[in-house]
Design a protein around this ligand. Structure first.
Ligand SMILES: [Mn+2]
Length: 211
């Protein structure tokens, strides 16, 4: 029978984080709640990236607030990369010691003709494998402002700064917008599974005892 004390002690600390990061190229405030409902308020000054981060939040059920001001008059590069760095850092902080999580997540997501797969291991060891985009995807200016090459760069920043192992494969796709969005949605669904508490896991899900 559980007592009031047991109930209180069994409540895990809130899995939230707030990151504030300012450089000569960008100023970013990002708040994230792993146990959210997919609510977001995103403003990066890069409309297509706002669309991708909104999809990332909605389909991961990670609540996400982003207010980014960057030198997008130069190029979207710094703002996109730095926001991804903040997302990765927030993910790492919010996960804490990673006790009780599923750790692994995998999702294959279609968007019309595009199909993308993401596989995540919350391993504590940053790694990215990103394959399958058609030749020339990196040169598309999606929405007239989002360079296709930034898709991989954002995934790199997320993986390296959160300390997760991330494999993303574009299985097929033709439309540049669909190709990026399918990958962000696959990442979202894989992350949703990987960061989710697993009631059968006690402690840190690693034979090493730490992640
Ligand atoms: Mn860069």
């Amino acid at each position: 029978m559980s007592t009031a004390t047991d109930t209180v002690s069994s409540i895990a600390p809130a899995r939230r984080a707030t990151i504030e990061r300012t450089t000569s190229e960008s100023s970013i405030r990002l708040c994230l709640n792993l146990d959210g409902t997919g609510e977001s308020a995103i403003s990066t000054g890069v409309p297509f990236y706002d669309h991708m981060l909104t999809a990332l939040s909605r389909h991961s059920l990670i609540d996400l607030e982003v207010e980014a001001h960057g030198d997008i008059d130069v190029d979207v590069h710094h703002t996109v990369e730095d926001t991804a760095i903040c997302f990765g850092e927030a993910l790492r902080q919010a996960l804490g010691n990673k006790a009780g999580i599923r750790r692994f997540g995998e999702a294959t997501v279609p968007l019309d003709e595009a199909l993308a797969r993401a596989v995540v291991d919350i391993s504590g060891r940053p790694y990215l494998i990103h394959k399958g985009e058609p030749v020339g995807q990196e040169f598309h200016l999606i929405g007239g402002h989002f360079t296709g090459s930034m898709t991989r760069h954002a995934f790199e920043a997320i993986a390296y700064h959160s300390g997760i192992c991330l494999h993303i494969d574009l299985i097929r796709g033709r439309d540049p917008h669909h190709i990026v969005e399918a990958q962000f949605k696959a990442l979202a669904r894989a992350l949703r599974a990987a960061v989710e508490p697993d009631p059968r896991v006690s402690g840190i899900p690693s034979t090493k005892g730490s992640l």
